[in-house]
Every structure is written in structure tokens, then in C-alpha cells.
Design a protein around this ligand. Structure first.
Ligand code: AMP
Length: 284
């Protein structure tokens, strides 16, 4: 496994692999690697000749009052995890390499970037998409792996690659959860013991909603879920929305495939989670 810290060097290496006919998989991350990331790496290992894991805490996707400076950094451990999981290259660029002071180009995906998390984190997805496009170009990836935990991010990246004719195929990967149901996240390390306990309610509420989805009306589900979220101790809800899986518009009774997405503060930590629900066609 090689650690590459420079974008030009990474691109040169990747172009060499393309020339050899190798298929390249890219797993973009912000580091503090955990089982969720490892599941993406494992999928690339199965599909691709070469697996590149990028580790880059991207300043352009954080708001000025967000946790950019305190985002967990565990570089040594991350490198070990990559080695153990047969990664070929860890790409760890500097901020100056990815976004030098004279960087002027940003990419936006209209509408999709403005709903759900986009309402609460203006410019977040513009920063994410721009960094991901640069990583696609640097890595020459045939496939790139994204967790469904960041469902809106996955949809936005998927749309961007279609709109801009990228050759990179976007591979969605299921949410990896702790035994308690809590979606694994680098930010879980911010939680105190009590906050972690409170956070475990999030997936429980979503699970109950997906049971209700089979039999109950959407408005009823939404109200009962809002009520339950508001009762989680030490919490403040940003949103809990039921949206169309395809275009993130608000779902109604006729939407067959929906996503119930939530963003909630537990103490000073913002957590996101979601569940995909599909309405079965009625038997005649
Ligand atoms: P991050 O390092 O948080 O930016 O995440 C990098 C990638 O890992 C993104 O595609 C995330 O959606 C994915 N990811 C993070 N947590 C999980 C999880 N619990 N299960 C599956 N994928 C995840």
C-alpha cells in the first residue's frame, strides 16, 4: 500500500493503471475510519483491480460555525485500517493542494442541494460536490462508493455524474449500524454516554415508522414521528421529512418509494439517519 499526498502524483499513478487496463475504485472519506467506511472499501476490493481511499477533511463543505477544526483526526489508525483491508493507495492531500488560495471553480446541483440538510447547511453540498469531482479526476475512478447514511449526498453525486457525463459509476452501500441500531459515524465520538443512549432512539423511531408505512397514512406517520423525536432528551430536531427516493421532493400518498430522513442535534452533535421504505402494490 502506498500513501500519496500530492494530487498530481496520484493522478499520474492512476493514469498508469488506466493504461494497464486496471479498473479503479475510489472510496472518498474524511478519515476517522470505522466499520461503515470499511464496508465501502470491501465492496471496492470485490469489484475493482485497484482501490484508492481518499482521506480529506474538506474545509469547503463546513459552515463557519461548524466542526471543521475539531473534526476527529486519526491518520495513523486510518492508515493501519487501510493496510489491513488491502487498500492499494491512500490519498491524503493537503488543503492547499486541493483548494489553493486562487481556487475559483465550484459545482452546484440545483434543487437537490437546497432541501433536507441543504436548508440547514448552506453551501455544504457545493463544497462536497466540488471536492468529489476533483477526486474523480485525480483518481480516474471507474467506480466510486458512497454510503446510504448520507443519502442526500449520494443522490446529489449520482445526479452530478449523470448531468456532467462522468464515466465514474456511483455505487450505493447500505448503512452500517451498531448493535443498538445507531448508525456508525465519525461524529459519534463526540457523544457522552448519556447522549449515546439518547441517540439510540433515532434508528428505533425510523424503524417504527417503516412498520407504520405499510398500514398507516403518511401524515399520521410524520406527526407521530415528530412527536417521538421531540421527546428524545437533550435533542433539537433540524428536520424529519418523508421524501420521494427519486428526486427528494416531498412524498405524498402516491409515492411508492420514499426516504424518511432525519437530522437531529443530540447535545452539541448533529446526527443524520434515514430509512428507505417501499409501498407494496395492492393485490387485486
Ligand atoms: P465521511 O468520512 O463521513 O465523509 O464518509 C465517507 C463515506 O462513508 C460516505 O460515503 C458515507 O456515506 C460513508 N459512511 C459513513 N458512515 C457510514 C455508515 N455507517 N454506513 C455506511 N456508509 C457510511
Amino acid at each position: 500500500m502506498r500513501i500519496i499526498k500530492n494530487a498530481l502524483q496520484m493522478q499520474k499513478i492512476a493514469l498508469g493503471h488506466v493504461k494497464n487496463g486496471d479498473e479503479i475504485g475510489l472510496v472518498p472519506t474524511m478519515g476517522a475510519l470505522h466499520e461503515g467506511h470499511i464496508s465501502l472499501i470491501a465492496k471496492s476490493e470485490r469489484n475493482d483491480d485497484i482501490t484508492i481511499v481518499s482521506i480529506f477533511v474538506n474545509p469547503t463543505q463546513f459552515g463557519s460555525n461548524e466542526d471543521y477544526l475539531k473534526y476527529p483526526k486519526t491518520a495513523k489508525k486510518d492508515v493501519e485500517i487501510c493496510k489491513r483491508n488491502h487498500v492499494d493507495y491512500v490519498f491524503m492531500p493537503t488543503v492547499n493542494d486541493m483548494f489553493p488560495a486562487d481556487h475559483k471553480t465550484f459545482i452546484e446541483v440545483e434543487i437537490l442541494q437546497d432541501v433536507l440538510c441543504g436548508k440547514f447547511r448552506p453551501n455544504h453540498f457545493r463544497g462536497v460536490v466540488t471536492a468529489v469531482v476533483k477526486l474523480f479526476n485525480i483518481s480516474c475512478a471507474d467506480r466510486s462508493y458512497f454510503g446510504m447514511k448520507d443519502f442526500q449526498q449520494f443522490k446529489i453525486i449520482e445526479k452530478m455524474t449523470k448531468d456532467l457525463n462522468f464515466k465514474t459509476k456511483i455505487i450505493p452501500c447500505p448503512i452500517v449500524r451498531e448493535k443498538s441500531g445507531l448508525a456508525i459515524s465519525s461524529r459519534n465520538s463526540y457523544l457522552s454516554v448519556e447522549e449515546r443512549k439518547a441517540s439510540e432512539n433515532i434508528s428505533k423511531i425510523l424503524k417504527e415508522a417503516s412498520e407504520d408505512f405499510k398500514i398507516k397514512d403518511l401524515n399520521f406517520i410524520k406527526e407521530s414521528v415528530l412527536d417521538k423525536f421531540k421527546k428524545i432528551p437533550e435533542s433539537k430536531l433540524d428536520y424529519a421529512e418523508i421524501v420521494d427516493f427519486n428526486d427528494l421532493s416531498l412524498a405524498d400518498g402516491n409515492t411508492r418509494k420514499v426516504v424518511f430522513a432525519v437530522a437531529i442535534w443530540i447535545g452539541r452533535t448533529r446526527l443524520i439517519d434515514n430509512t428507505v421504505m417501499i409501498k407494496q402494490a395492492k393485490c387485486r
